[in-house]
Design a protein around this ligand. Structure first.
Ligand code: BGP
Length: 470
């Protein structure tokens, strides 16, 4: 492949990505209401604690709410072109169904966005990232209730209108497909018997599709230059062997993910899913006009996160291993190493995913999360030598570059957690992703001081050379 085709385009959006609930803290300040993250002390895969008796690190985050100027200055020093963050719904509508937005919440993001723009950093906003007002869970039952669509649309319209001159890039829901795996975090869903119930999950998904389409419609009206994307957690699945049954199992597993981007990007329910609903007695209630709305308001780009790949096997001896390893389920891939948390490291998988998504949708891709969660050690001299993180990122960026060489259109790359923040799956600060270390532990102890890791200068150099100097 010639180096001419393997080049990052001018204007490529290099940067980092975060979520409000994982770094802001200040969970009750300036009129903010309680969000689902505020009642999830053990992370996205665990049940909530509405009594709030347990210590919850999300309440404090890394205090970005007060320290954002200092942190953004560090991102600017690295040369960030883009910064992806979410707007906490509960700062704007504390209970979700409030008549008027909370001015102080709106002002916070105004100030934060202005700070980014001062450094020419493009804000990329996720409207909903793994949280919703607890009021919408308690009083409406979360996303299985159609009324929540209206509250979300109102929230989206409010922020489009407020930030219309400052924000072009938007995303409707973070990792929308994670609703299947973490229904409380993804959809505010609770099940009486504690057992996941697909009827409620897919009904909630339909409501989110409608809400997403309404947001795309409103966003395009209010901000004609806006680009509004979907965001999926990509979970590419390999067949364990060349047995045809394994191949089909991998295809079936992939469809659980791609279903979400299929609806948001192609604008209709794929037949494989409609048939699945029929066969499993899942009855999705739709309103007149829903299908037209989905069809007419598809997303402009495909945003996705990529951390690892998965394996499907139909061999009985692998059944036992299904829950081990990766975050959700899957068989161990004998060809791959894994992170300390069992996430299987697979840079080449990123190239494959890019090709797969681009073949399928023919829309620009935006890699909005990628990174290595690891335990970092502060040396006696205060340095943090995270060579393992550099290695992980370098290999992934190389494969992203190869995908560009394959002809895939990629808009940008925002690595996950450019500054250490609270982990979504563990609710701790042990699993770190940052180029910037935060002196704070999982109990919330520490000076909160920011320290540059070795990867800080490395990433700075990547951006300065637009990915030439890998
Ligand atoms: C994604 C989420 C993020 C983030 C990341 C890393 O699924 O969108 O919110 O946290 O994964 O996961 P973790 O923090 O569990 O290591």
């Amino acid at each position: 492949m010639s180096s001419q085709t393997r080049k990052f385009p001018d204007g490529f959006l290099w940067g980092g990505a975060v979520a409000a609930n994982q770094l802001e803290g200040a969970y009750q300040e300036d009129g903010k209401g309680l969000s689902t993250a505020d009642v999830s002390p053990n992370g996205i895969m665990s049940p909530p604690d509405f009594s709030m008796t347990q210590f919850n690190l999300y309440h404090e985050g890394i205090d970005f709410y007060h320290k954002y100027k200092e942190d953004i200055a560090l991102f600017a020093e690295m040369g960030f072109k883009a910064f992806r963050f979410s707007i906490a719904w509960t700062r704007i509508f504390p209970n979700g169904d409030d008549q008027e937005p909370n001015e102080k919440g709106l002002q916070f993001y105004d100030d934060m966005i202005d700070e980014l723009r001062r450094y020419n950093i493009e804000p990329v906003v996720t409207i909903s990232h793994y949280e919703m007002p607890v009021g919408l869970v308690k009083n409406y039952g979360g996303w299985k209730n159609r009324q929540v669509v209206h509250f979300y649309e109102n929230f989206a319209r409010t922020i489009f209108t407020r930030y219309k001159d400052k924000v072009r890039f938007w995303m409707t829901f973070n990792e929308i497909n994670v609703l299947l795996h973490a229904p409380f975090t993804g959809g505010g869903l609770l099940f009486e018997d504690g057992q996941k119930n697909e009827q409620d999950i897919y009904q909630a998904a339909h409501h989110q599709f409608v809400a997403s389409a309404l947001a795309v419609k409103a966003g395009h009206e209010i901000i004609p230059v806006s680009q509004i994307g979907c965001m999926i957690a990509s979970m590419i699945t390999y067949p364990y062997s060349s047995r045809p049954d394994d191949m089909f199992a991998a295809l079936t597993q992939d469809r659980k993910t791609l279903f979400f981007s299929d609806v948001q990007s192609r604008g209709y329910y794929p037949t494989y899913m409609s048939n699945y609903f029929l066969e499993n007695n899942i009855d999705i209630k739709m309103e007149n006009g829903d299908l037209e709305l989905l069809q007419e308001n598809t997303v402009d780009y495909i945003g996705f996160s990529y951390y690892m790949s998965f394996v499907a096997s139909t061999a009985p001896e692998h059944e036992a291993a299904r829950t081990a390893g990766n975050l959700f389920e899957g068989v161990k891939n004998p060809y791959l190493q894994a992170s300390e948390w069992g996430w299987q490291i697979d840079p080449k998988g990123l190239r494959t995913v890019c090709n797969q998504l681009y073949d399928r949708y023919q829309k620009p891709l935006f890699i909005v999360e990628n990174g290595l969660g690891a335990v970092d050690k502060v040396e006696v001299d205060g340095s943090i030598n995270d060579d393992y993180r550099i290695e992980y990122l370098r290999e992934h960026i190389k494969e992203m570059k190869n995908a560009i060489g394959d002809g895939v259109e990629i808009m940008g790359y925002t690595s996950w957690g450019p500054i250490d923040l609270v982990s979504a799956s563990t609710a701790e600060l042990k699993k770190r992703y940052g180029f910037i270390y935060v002196d704070r532990d999982s109990q919330g102890q520490g000076s909160n001081k920011r320290i540059k890791k070795k990867s800080f200068d490395w990433y700075k150099q990547i951006i300065a050379t637009n990915g030439d100097d890998l």
